[in-house]
Design a protein around this ligand. Sequence first.
Ligand SMILES: [Zn+2]
Length: 412
Amino acid sequence: MNQAGTGPFAGREVGIDPALAERVLAQIDADETIGFLQALVRVPSVNPPGDVREAIRLVEEKLAAEGFATKTVGGTPEKVNLIATIEGQGAGPRLAFNAHLDVVPIGEESAWQYPPFGGEIHDGRVYGRGAGDDKASVTAQVMAAIALARSGVPFDGALIVTEVADEEIGGAAGAGFIVEGGHVEADFVIVGEQTLGQICVGERGGSPTKVTVFGATGHAATPWKGVNAIEGMARVITALREELWPILAQRTHPFLNQSTATISMIEGGVKTNVIPDRCTIHIDRRILPGETPEGVVTEIRAIAERAIAGVPGLRVETSAPIGRLAIEADPESPVSRALQAATRHIGKEVVLTGFFAGTDGKHFAKKGWPTLIMGPGDPATAHTPDEWVGIDEVIEATKLYALAALALLGRE
Ligand SMILES: [Zn+2]
């Protein structure tokens, strides 16, 4: 879905007054910031089961102490979400920060050199599960919001810090819950994930698709008496590779790379001496703006049906139970210009790109709120043993969030 920036604040002037920026940046304390990140990493908030209560409590306590109005809401007692708001002095846009406090499991602990929930510092890095994904973003957003509040610099509209549960399994009880439940209303959104501080104007959608070929079973000693579903699937896979993959490679986007498909699972057959009457593949299909889950299934079904058309006794079924559209914000929307101004202000090169995977951004973009993804850390370390984030990256992101808020909400 495209947020072309047609909202009430689409034409908002953004800019950074150097003197005001100094006042805001002076309120960022590196030791306090990294100490807060370490404290969050030391709270295991593994999903599943996804209990983030203790982590949310730490964040709420921190923001409430700085004068933010806080509320927590959740679909279940364990999956609570925090919405902390500080109102500006005049009418203006509402900017929401968002990141998540749930983390993926640690895997084999023996693969870790440092304790997964130790939050230890080595060589300028904070180590631990969630250090990068996504507690570094949570930390930078919280400390940026606090810096703006402490600075006393006047601003318009509101800054809303939303830190949520459940992102790692899709966000229905997290970002999806607070948006669908009307617990947050925003004009612009910045989602924190590991982008190396680069500005992602969108992300591809996903349309996981299941294809099943049905044949007829029989004794494997007399293959002519059955219809082999695995051999039928071989035709389907070959056709997809030869017909669909090249088409997808042609579908490109300036920020979101290309449309892709990967066959990620296959299952078929029941016994070594039985002709298989069923074979299923799962296709991980990533879609660009303009593509839809319905269109994806139609396209795959047509190719699969043609591929088996010459074999009597075979039929194919396709389904795509869950899908999500790509999200795309106008690179010239005020929130994008604000992040670009922030980036230039700290002397960093502006890189506009797309996020490689899916985020909670989809839940906010559904509302038509221009939604960008930007945060500290390298996505390559996420979900791996010895996950880490650079202290310098966290401090840089804290500055970027704070300056972007100033650029967007600062008095015109
Ligand atoms: Zn994440």
